[in-house]
Design a protein around this ligand. Structure first.
Ligand SMILES: Cc1cc2nc3c(=O)[nH]c(=O)nc-3n(C[C@H](O)[C@H](O)[C@H](O)COP(=O)(O)OP(=O)(O)OC[C@H]3O[C@@H](n4cnc5c(N)ncnc54)[C@H](O)[C@@H]3O)c2cc1C
Ligand code: SF4
Length: 597
């Protein structure tokens, strides 16, 4: 077993009288990457993170078995996780008038709420309003990367040049060739496991050792080859061979904890921003971190209109402070970054900083999910158990719609995430009729024979899907909250109908008996892949940022998270967020040295 080095002490003296080269808001995938790139290029950086620094290994306890926990992983009484019905029947703010002391997003309800109760925000303190939306937020050093699912995919020119391909929306101001070297850098620095497939619509990464597919998954892979579709082992943002340059992470030794609860790897084989990016950045001596620091305004120099720093509130004391910097980097996650830009009104920027186009908060897009299929691999019924759950993931079926074909009902596409084989608890136990010895035999015989998959589809970027500030509602720190004006459209509904048909068709073609289909579309937000609220573009009238995620209006302001994405694609976004942030921060560092920002 590899020993993990202890994190550097975070109780640093933060000198707020000093002007830093750069201040970064947020410490997730985007903020962590900005810190890594800028500190290695010698910039003196202050990172402000709204959440706490948690003793994360004690929170995640990835080696704890259900029977070692007094409530089998459940949070103590007084905690409640929002359910699908609460999200769909009621309207936000969902925790309003709740009799529970603490309310978490639906992710807390996956089984294992005790492990995430301090990572997810308490919805009581963090309300939002408007249309229905399942908004999952993690306020802690590292943000959502502490618990993410790690499916790490690249985008292709089918995404970057989507308009050229099918006429819908807008092309990105970059092509795959611009980002490819930065994807490579992310792969090598952080580690990713997978198998090369040589697909133009899902470019390969520089992979470490892949997961092995289970029997049922191989059966599906072989069958789909005949349909020209691919089943590939889960491309996991996990180091399976180790990353020798990083002393805070161990390689994956397949302990099955990935399968047990919402993310979290306490040996940090799975990428998380603190051990992957932030601690190494601290080792350069150039990074200072202040946690518990809620940014609520980008401050502006009244003479130049340029950013001069960040106003923030200490989450524990509610005291206000200012941090000064030559460059401001917003990386608070797609929706929080839009909120911060909109909150930053001044005489120079009356609609919010960087918002002369009026596009901040608009073109909000993400992934639609819900439809899926469950099958039974009959050849496996009654076979001896195999160790299938010590894996960071199962399989992925890349997009196959609207590549060479044109679907009549919808544009763009979707991919499937799935897994088959034995898991820590036989999911079929609760649905199997009977009792006693016969019941147990029935459950055991079938336990490893199930295979399931669910689709993630591209939600089209539309100007009319947006967030703004609610004039009547504030969070626990007195900061105006976001109001959602966001709904799926006809394209998403038609695509979801197709997901069910295609899922069934693929299982049947592989000789897998379909035992269930999910046709229900989950609430907006469920994918936790929110994107697009400050999009890049070449035209300052219709976009917020240029191709380097630099504000068209304020040249020392950069927004380096998913808010910059022009379209959602159907691939999970985090690897792209980090590749883009790397590219932009390299540009920023070189412009900074030339005195151009
Ligand atoms: C359960 C789960 C599964 C997921 N699975 C996948 C997956 O398989 N593949 C994938 O690609 N993505 C996945 N994601 C999404 C992934 O986690 C995000 O894309 C990624 O973390 C985004 O990085 P970010 O830096 O933009 O935001 P975050 O990681 O959310 O970090 C933002 C940080 O900014 C801080 N912040 C917010 N507001 C302020 C403020 N005003 N002042 C100071 N700090 C602030 C927050 O506290 C947070 O720490 C998953 C997410 C979850 C929760
Ligand atoms: S399977 Fe690997 S990545 Fe997942 S929790 Fe275990 S060691 Fe970490």
């Amino acid at each position: 077993m590899t020993l993990v080095r202890v994190a550097p002490p975070l109780a640093q003296d933060v000198d707020l009288s000093k002007t830093y080269d750069a201040v970064i808001v947020g410490s997730g995938a985007a903020g962590g990457m900005a810190a890594h790139v800028l500190t290695t290029r010698g910039l003196k950086v202050l990172m402000l993170e709204a959440g706490k620094k948690l003793p994360i290994e004690q929170e995640l306890r990835s080696m704890q078995w259900p029977y070692d926990h007094p409530r089998r992983g459940d949070a103590p009484p007084g905690y409640h996780s929002l359910s699908f019905n609460e999200y769909t029947i009621r309207t936000p703010p969902y925790a309003k008038n709740s009799t529970f002391k603490h309310v978490m997003s639906y992710v807390g309800g996956w089984g294992g709420s005790d492990y995430v109760k301090n990572i997810l925000v308490d919805e009581k303190d963090h309300p939002y309003s408007g249309t229905k939306y399942a908004w999952v937020r993690a306020r802690a050093l590292g943000g959502k990367t502490n618990i993410w699912g790690r499916l790490a995919l690249r985008l292709s020119d089918y995404d970057f040049k989507g308009k050229t391909h099918d006429g819908y929306g807008d092309d990105w101001p970059i092509a795959y060739a611009d980002l490819e070297p930065y994807y490579d850098k992310v792969d090598l620095y952080l580690g990713i496991s997978g198998v090369k497939e040589n697909l133009p619509h899902l470019p390969d990464s520089l992979f470490q050792r892949p997961n092995k597919l289970t029997f049922g998954e191989v059966k599906l892979r072989e069958s789909l080859k005949k349909m020209g579709r691919v089943v590939t082992p889960y491309r996991a943002g996990v180091t399976t061979d180790g990353v020798k340059h990083n002393r805070y992470r161990s390689k994956c030794y397949g302990r099955g904890a990935c399968d047990r609860r919402p993310g979290g790897c306490d040996i940090h084989a799975a990428f998380d921003s603190p051990t992957g990016l932030i601690y190494p950045a601290m080792d350069t001596g150039n990074l200072t971190i202040r946690t518990n620091s809620i940014a609520h305004e980008v401050l502006v120099d009244s003479n130049t209109g340029k950013a001069r720093g960040i106003a923030f509130i200490d989450s524990a004391t509610h005291q206000s402070y200012e941090a000064k910097a030559k460059v401001v980097i917003v990386a608070a996650s797609t929706l929080e970054s839009a909120r911060l830009l909109l909150l930053s009104r001044s005489s120079q920027h009356p609609n919010g900083i960087g918002n002369s186009s009026g596009h901040v908060g608009h073109n909000f897009c993400e992934h639609v999910m819900g439809p899926g299929v469950t099958g039974l691999v009959k050849d496996l019924v009654g076979k001896p158990p195999t160790l299938d759950d010590g894996l960071p993931g199962g399989f992925y079926i890349p997009r196959f719609r609207n590549l060479k074909d044109r679907q009549p009902g919808f544009v763009r596409g979707y991919g499937f995430e799935g897994s088959g084989g034995f898991s820590i608890f036989p999911g079929n136990a609760t649905g199997t009729p009977g009792f006693g010895a016969q019941f147990k035999k029935e459950v055991r015989d079938h336990a490893g024979a199930f295979i399931g998959m669910g689709a993630f589809g591209e939600v089209l970027a539309r100007y009319e899907n947006y967030v703004d500030l609610d004039p009547d509602s504030k969070d626990a720190w007195g900061v105006p909250v976001l109001r959602f004006h966001y709904q799926f459209g006809d394209n998403e509904r038609k695509m979801c109908e197709d997901m069910v048909v295609a899922g069934r068709e693929m299982f049947e073609a592989a000789g897998i008996e379909v035992v269930g289909t999910d046709e229900k579309i989950l609430t907006e937000g469920w994918s936790i892949h929110e994107l697009g609220t400050a999009r890049m573009g070449s035209d300052p009238k219709t976009s917020v940022l240029n191709q380097f995620q630099q504000s068209h209006d304020v040249k020392n302001l950069f927004v380096v998270d998913g808010s910059s994405h022009v379209s959602a694609s159907c691939q999970n976004p985090t690897w792209t967020i980090m590749a883009l942030a790397w590219r932009s921060c390299e540009y920023l560092a070189s412009e900074f040295k030339k005195g151009n920002v």
